[in-house]
Ligand binder design. Structure first.
Ligand code: FAD
Ligand code: NAI
Length: 473
């Protein structure tokens, strides 16, 4: 780099404007770095704001309200006439929420004087980012440091080609123009359960086909099996230990060939819409990583060291494109820590205290280790469990399914994990994540005054139950 271009170079060029990239760019600007962000979508915000967390939660909330109006308000003495669905209005609300959030990032970029480049970024050499815009125009920007935050993309399923009309990914499933009569979801993971719930509540007959003999691999088994029972009661059907080997589109229907995962006789299942959600894969296409020498791991994720730097000096990566859970808050926290370390600060992420939430109803929330992980690691632990059926606030809400489970070290009592199935579990898990960040014991949680009547009292009671002394059961 010549002296002149080094002077005009950005301190940091971030490729990807999702929750990893945009948060990193804002933090870098706060730290005084001259920062640019290259994003190929029109709107900033990445998968999360455009076609992920935000639109899915808008539809989950709206469909919950519809379902509540139909099925549960009468118990509270609120009687309605006939309840009808206006899907266009529901979608318009979702689109507005997305627009408000993505334009909020534009505002934050302006406020923090971050330069946005619209186009696809690639790295011809360390210190250079080439931006190719949709009309083919190219521009090279000089960068002292480059941060790759290009996220992830839908994992394809051989034999079941996504057309985003009848065979959709999560992106298509967030924008269906009518409620499918029959929806088959391939993959009983987070997307399958969330978007399966949306369409089931709106009236679809939903069947989830899952390869494994359980839902949500990696999630505490107790939580996953109880969640399955509740979702079944709501009307979702599950075909576990099954694999889809082909799809045929004919006469407005999709016919799937489904076989036992272990092999055996195939059968045919018909659907109006098929949702493919068998995981996501890191997105590194077109970055030119091979030429520049950036190493990937066995799952094609960018390999990084403790400070998120790749094997090529000056090229860093965070978020879905590196190892770890594919979660927006994990990506954002990595972005912050990565640029703070670039600025000479120390930083750390406690990967044992990253909460994860499935926004079904009831919600499913976890932080830390599962029972299975602790057993596998040979760690002795105690279990404290408390059901929402014994929580006064849950009774008042008439929302009593589920429980809180706390896992604590048998010797030190340090909280090692917490798993909640219940109303607003996603909000409740935050207190345990915070407790774990401070290395709290279950007794610390049990001795903390919790307001009454709140759902969080179930967390306190589960902590008391670790020592066998809950009050209300
Ligand atoms: P992304 O958000 O994927 O952003 C990457 C950006 O980089 C994209 O905008 C892409 O266009 C851009 N890009 C890629 N390559 C280039 C290039 N060469 N040049 C320029 N730009 C490029 N997580 C949660 O924590 N909570 C949730 O509730 C949740 N719900 C989800 C629901 C759905 C349906 C989906 C699909 C995902 C959900 N996730 C959720 C996961 C979450 O969206 C991701 O973990 C998160 O977006 C990852 O952030 P990221 O910044 O690493 O990547
Ligand atoms: P996932 O990894 O959560 O689930 C995929 C499921 O598909 C697994 O249960 C897997 O066993 C199954 N599967 C794999 N191959 C299959 C096959 N051939 N046939 C049938 N089943 C098969 O992936 P998902 O749901 O696609 O979500 C992708 C990522 O997006 C998640 O890992 C999550 O990190 C993120 N996400 C997070 C959300 C949240 O935090 N609330 C919401 C939605 C997505």
């Amino acid at each position: 780099m010549s002296e002149q271009s080094a002077q005009s170079a950005y301190d940091l060029v971030v490729i990807g404007g999702g929750p990893g990239g945009y948060v990193a760019a804002i933090r870098a600007a706060q730290l005084g770095m001259k920062t640019a962000c290259v994003e190929m979508r029109d709107a900033l915000g990445g998968t999360c704001l455009n076609v992920g967390c935000i639109p899915s939660k808008a539809l989950l909330t709206s469909s919950e309200k519809y379902h509540e109006a139909q099925h549960s308000l009468a118990t509270h003495g609120v009687k309605l006439g006939s309840v009808t669905l206006d899907l266009n209005a529901m979608m318009a609300h979702k689109n507005k929420v997305v627009k408000d959030n993505t334009s909020g990032i534009d505002f934050l970029f302006k406020k923090n004087k971050i330069t946005r480049f619209k186009g696809k970024g690639s790295i011809p050499a360390a210190g250079k980012v080439l931006v190719t815009s949709a009309d083919g125009k190219q521009e090279t920007i000089a960068a002292k440091k480059i941060l790759i935050a290009t996220g992830s993309d839908v994992m394809p399923l051989p034999g079941v080609t996504v057309d985003e009309k009848q065979i959709v990914s999560s992106t298509g499933a967030l924008s269906l123009s009518s409620v499918p009569k029959k929806l088959i979801v391939i993959g009983g993971g987070v997307i399958g359960l969330e978007l399966g719930s949306v369409w089931q509540r709106l009236g679809s007959d939903v069947t989830v086909v899952e390869f494994l003999d359980r839902l949500m691999p990696g999630m505490d088994t107790d939580l996953a099996s109880n969640a399955k029972k509740i979702l079944e009661k709501q009307g979702i059907k599950f075909r576990l230990s099954s694999k889809v080997t082909g799809a045929k589109q004919e006469g407005g229907k999709v016919t799937l060939t489904v076989e036992p995962a272990a092999g055996g006789n195939a059968e045919k299942l018909d659907a109006d819409i098929v949702l493919v959600c068998i995981g996501r894969r890191p997105y590194t296409e077109g970055l030119g990583l091979e030429a520049v020498g950036v190493q990937l791991d066995e799952r094609k994720r960018i390999k990084v060291g403790h400070n998120f730097e790749s094997n090529v000096a000056g090229i860093y990566a965070i978020g879905d494109v590196i190892a770890g859970p594919m979660l927006a808050h994990k990506a954002g926290d990595e972005g912050v820590v990565c640029v703070e370390m670039m600025a000479g600060q120390s930083g750390h992420i406690n990967y044992d205290a990253i909460p994860s939430i499935v926004y079904t109803w009831p919600e499913i929330a976890s932080v830390g280790k599962t029972e299975e992980e602790l057993k596998k690691a040979g760690i002795n632990f105690k279990v404290g469990k408390f059901p929402f059926s014994a929580n006064a606030r849950a009774r008042a809400m008439n929302d009593m399914d589920g429980f809180v489970k706390i896992l604590a070290d048998a010797k030190t009592d340090r909280v090692l994990g917490c798993h909640i199935l219940g109303p607003d579990a996603g909000t409740m898990i935050a207190e345990v994540a915070l407790a774990m960040e401070f290395s709290a014991s279950s007794e610390d949680i049990a001795r903390t005054c919790h307001a009454h009547p709140t759902l969080n009292e179930a967390v306190k009671e589960a902590a008391l139950a670790v020592e066998g002394r809950p009050i209300h059961i």
